[in-house]
Design a binder for this molecule. Sequence first.
Ligand SMILES: [Fe+2]
Ligand SMILES: [Fe+2]
Length: 414
Amino acid sequence: MYRQAVTSLEPGDVIATTLYTEAGTPLLVAGTPLNERYIRALERRGLVAIYIRDGLADDVAPEDVVSQQVRSTVTTYVEQTFATVMRVASERGAGAQGGVEGAVSNLGEQELELGDDGREAMANLYAGVEQLITEIIESSTVAGLESLKTHNEYTFQHSVDVAVIGTLIGKRLGMPRDRLRELALGCLLHDIGKSYLDVAILDKPGPLTDEEFAEVKKHPLMGYELVRRMPIQSLLPAHVAYQHHEQQRGAGYPRGLVGDNTVAGRAEHERIGAGRLLLIAEIAAVADVYSALSSDRPYRKAVLPDEVMRIIEGMVGRHLNRDVVKAMRTLVPRYPAGRWVEVVRGAHRGCRGVVAEIHPANVDRPLVRLVLGPDGEQLASPREVDARREQDLELLCLPDQLDPATFSAGSIGP
Ligand SMILES: [Fe+2]
Ligand SMILES: [Fe+2]
């Protein structure tokens, strides 16, 4: 089994894992051969990559820490919540048309009255958050964080990814369930202020001008102003929206808050104030960067998981909280299960295969099933290599959109 970009699918490819709709019902069942109509339907739904069977490593089934049903339903609830909040804000003359400044003054201080459908959307969102937290608390897998994009709107998919990664980190840091709830809600709503940004800026395929970046920098404040007026018991989720672009050494926006790169003693008690970042916002910041880099954006393709981790490590200390990243590194594999990898150093140099198993005690040294030799030839029998035992073994993730058998050896350098 391997991940294949939807744009490279061909009729006859057999789908390896069941795909679900946003409502959580099966869309295509594992084992279904694809035809032109199915492929077009997958494209229309905005899927980026799916798992297909290849007869080489079909028993490798990447488990996600959160079921695809919960992911899909929570994504839908986030979308509904954003829509109701924007509707009510518009009724107060604080719609997206007037820009952030006008919106904030028109919002008034009263809680947003969301109406029947809005209350239903919020109740659904809360129920979704509980399911998500329960699945994360109960899950012991570290195999998969690579969600198969099921939603054609980036923001909603991204919000759920940030919540999943954030909650995982919070769990690892020993946060009590109440705090995980605030963290997850904050992550799901962190970019709601982006509803006020011009889509032309959001989806711009090139670098932003200074004026455009100044606009983008308004979304944390706008998010805070909206979330703190939503019927949510705690103020902390609003502060996650407010603080998620702040940095450890004060170079972030909008307020230039600072952090001290530690987590010790902070998981249970959080206090807002004194120019300092909240731990849950520092966690959201790490999860936000991870999710953004791992996704296709209008201005670049998704960065591969091993490279994402290298970039994040380079942001530690100055931008991202060192201890939070340290916790994340024990949870998020550089070479996720089901990914094609190439051996770039060690005895099997040039061979390619699929990550078969992640060891929870050392997520960066997986078990790999090598199936192709250095010239792309299929090995007579697959060879299992355990990176924990072969210390000089070094791996490199291969992109989805390439057929692992056809690109030539050494075509992708380390
Ligand atoms: Fe943001
Ligand atoms: Fe974000």
